[in-house]
Design a protein around this ligand. Structure first.
Ligand SMILES: [Zn+2]
Length: 401
């Protein structure tokens, strides 16, 4: 299952990057496969990358979505248990006097600090009434997980804009009162430790922004999620360099791989990722290969950049066409559209091609938004995709007599 994140687009003057890019391998996949369009969640619903990946793995996101916090936390390697409350976090610079909630955020990224390891180590020493864990994510980002009988119905402490005071965490329900107090206690103690940490003293001397606060957002509680292997009796591997997608792989019990050179942006080593996915087929039944770049380029509203990336990507896809399609099923699709004219995820259905010896090959010969709707798959839902593949591979059980 090859997921090209945010690849499909809306036309500009009748053209999309996919419709004009030179991509002989993607077109070959469309030609030898069955094609269609897919609403990864539901028609008209703009999917997040996390909710749509859950759906593509057969999980109803309305039932199993935990919020972004727990998924990112799992993605950076924290072992989450049901009931754990996780926040996304970022190191920031605050100024002013008093405690953390009297201070004003002047830089939400603390000068784009990268080397936060020592700060995180110090934060993990805080004496708090519950167990908790802080872990590093990319750049200035981190995750914070609180353990115990807590609620995730909590407001954010990140004001999201510079020039505003750090927010107090507020309970969004009566039962979250105690949880909010714990989070606020953490916020105060974290600031005290960070403010006087030697790394920040050093940064100040060098004229760099101090990473003297950690701001929290996106609280979510980890749910009981059945393992992929329990649901399907199949082993799953997810190959991705993006914490959010790795997190989805982790919370459903999959093996998660990030090969050297894979970066989660357009400089990623496509060849290394494809090789890693093909190698994973030796021990896994379902391999989800995720490429983040088209989404990033869509967010940057870069039409030409998307065309260029598609053409570069295509030069590496010959290897996928060498698969034995009597034994394997290849799906090429996306988790959502990220049109360059919008710069955000939209609900426009994605392109999907399925290759297997047994598919009813249709007349579609181009992998594009305009050709795919003419294909034999017609319009499907994300949650049905895996079932369609398992049926083609004769791995499905009959419903009824
Ligand atoms: Zn996405």
């Amino acid at each position: 299952m090859f997921i090209l994140d945010g690849l499909p687009d809306r036309p500009i003057k009748g053209k999309t990057p996919l419709s004009i890019a030179k991509k002989p391998n993607l077109d070959k996949i469309a030609e030898i496969g069955i094609n269609g369009i897919m609403d990864t969640i539901s028609p008209g619903i703009r999917p997040g990358s996390d909710t749509s990946h859950l759906a593509l793995l057969g999980y109803d996101p309305y039932k199993f979505y935990t919020g972004r916090g727990p998924i990112e936390a799992a993605g950076v390697g924290i072992d989450l248990k049901p009931g754990d409350v996780a926040f996304r976090a970022n190191f920031a610079t605050v100024v002013g006097s008093g405690n953390i909630f009297d201070k004003v955020v002047v830089d939400r990224r603390a000068g784009r600090i990268e080397n936060t390891e020592e700060l995180i180590e110090a934060l993990n020493e805080i004496d708090l009434s519950v167990d908790f864990e802080v872990a590093k994510a990319t750049g200035h980002r981190a995750v914070v997980v609180f353990r115990g009988e807590l609620s995730a119905e909590l407001s954010e402490t990140d004001p999201k804009v510079v020039g505003e005071k750090v927010k107090k965490c507020k309970p969004l329900s009566e039962s979250a009162k105690n949880s909010a107090e714990i989070v606020n206690e953490f916020m105060i103690k974290a600031h005290e430790i960070l403010e006087k940490h030697s790394l920040n003293v050093e940064r100040e001397q060098k004229g760099l922004s101090k990473a003297n606060a950690i701001l929290l957002r996106g609280a979510g509680v980890m749910k009981e999620i059945p393992r992929f292997e329990e649901n399907y009796g199949l082993k799953l591997t997810v190959v991705s360099a993006t914490a959010l997608i790795k997190g989805v792989g982790k919370i459903v019990g999959g093996e998660v791989l990030t090969p050297d050179g894979a970066t989660g942006n357009k400089r990623t080593d496509i060849k290394a990722k494809i090789n890693s996915a093909l190698d994973s087929l030796k021990r896994s039944d379902v391999v989800l290969l995720h490429i983040k770049a088209p989404d990033e380029i869509g967010h940057d509203r870069d039409f030409e950049g998307k065309v260029e990336f598609i053409e570069k990507l295509d030069t590496h896809l010959g290897k996928l066409l060498e698969l034995d399609f009597s034994k394997n099923c290849l799906i090429v699709t996306s988790d959502h559209s990220t049109p360059v004219r919008v710069g955000e995820h939209t609900a426009d259905p994605v392109v999907v091609s399925v290759v297997h010896e047994g598919v009813r090959v249709d007349e579609v010969k181009n992998f594009s938004e305009f050709s795919a709707p003419k294909g034999g798959l017609c319009r499907i839902r994300g949650m049905d995709l895996l079932n369609i593949a398992l049926d083609l591979l004769d791995l499905s059980k009959k419903f009824g007599a």
